[in-house]
Design a protein around this ligand. Sequence first.
Ligand code: MRU
Length: 366
Amino acid sequence: MSDAASRSRLLENPPVRSIRWVGDEFGCPEIIDQTQLPDQLVRLRIESAEQMWQAIRSLRIRGAPAIGIAAAMGLVAELRSRHDAPLEHYLYHLQATIDYLATARPTAVNLFWALDRMRAVARSRSWDSSTALHRALHAEALALRDEDAALCHRIAQHGAELLPKRGGVLTHCNTGGLATAELGTALGVIVAAWCRGHELHVYVDETRPLLQGARLTTWELAQWGTPHTLLCDNAAGQLMREGKVQAVIVGADRIAANGDTANKIGTYSLAVLARHHAIPFYVAAPYSTFDLQLRSGREIPIEQRPATEVTEPRGVRFAPAGTEAYNPAFDVTPAELITAIVTDRGVIRPVTAEAIARTLGEAGHR
Ligand code: MRU
């Protein structure tokens, strides 16, 4: 797939979607099990909040926007068996399940944002039956998915022009259709630019320890047909030194009011390298990833994951048994290292608290 017409048709109907709803309001979500990729494309039906909690915690579904949609859909799946229970009983379980799903992972703010949206539906009026409320919650979960898809397309539109007409673009982790409803954030910008005829070569960071770049981003780029090369995370400096990278673009898990950005561990090192080499460093994220209640990145909670993900990734032990490992899932890149943040509302450049407040306006949700 290389000519411009077929590329732009592809953009209208992106090839990868992380999650879908199966059946009516009493149905359940189905996710692509991302831990099985790229070897197998396995779809998993999720029937309860506990299954969804486990799927989010174990990264069967991952990426900030996808986690939010997944939690909302998991909530609806959990509550379907109670749709004919007394309203008080339904509301009690709604609140308890929201509180439970909110503990699945701590950093991506989209999780809490999506659950807040679900809670707001329950509070929006006085419901006369559990079934009526259940139908409204189902509709809201689907709306969250549709909205995220639309946000991604807007981000791609705003961001594509920032990328070079020809050259190398480096990205980290996975920010495509697997991490969102469809298309993606940073990866969406990249494929949109490529679909519009930019002659891009994508350099994909492996993204240790869980290899979201090596396993997922390469798999997605192959679906698009976009030229790409995989590198070990620690080869990025040398690649830049060789002049092969004209832009870096990454996603975000949470952006504080001043623009400090939490994203997959290794993002901060890339931003430092990019600054040293005078390469623009872009972040792409929807408004739902901003947390304007937090003044700076220092306040963003960083998830710590098990040492075994480092010492024995995917069950293969590299380090002597019992070796301690440092394994934060995310790091924080200070705003001053970010050239611009591409959002669905437009491009924020330079990245300052004032520019963020101006661009997000009423959309700043928390
Ligand atoms: O631990 P993960 O794989 O959920 O981390 C994902 C990331 O860091 C992504 O870059 C971020 O969520 C943006 S996804 C559009």
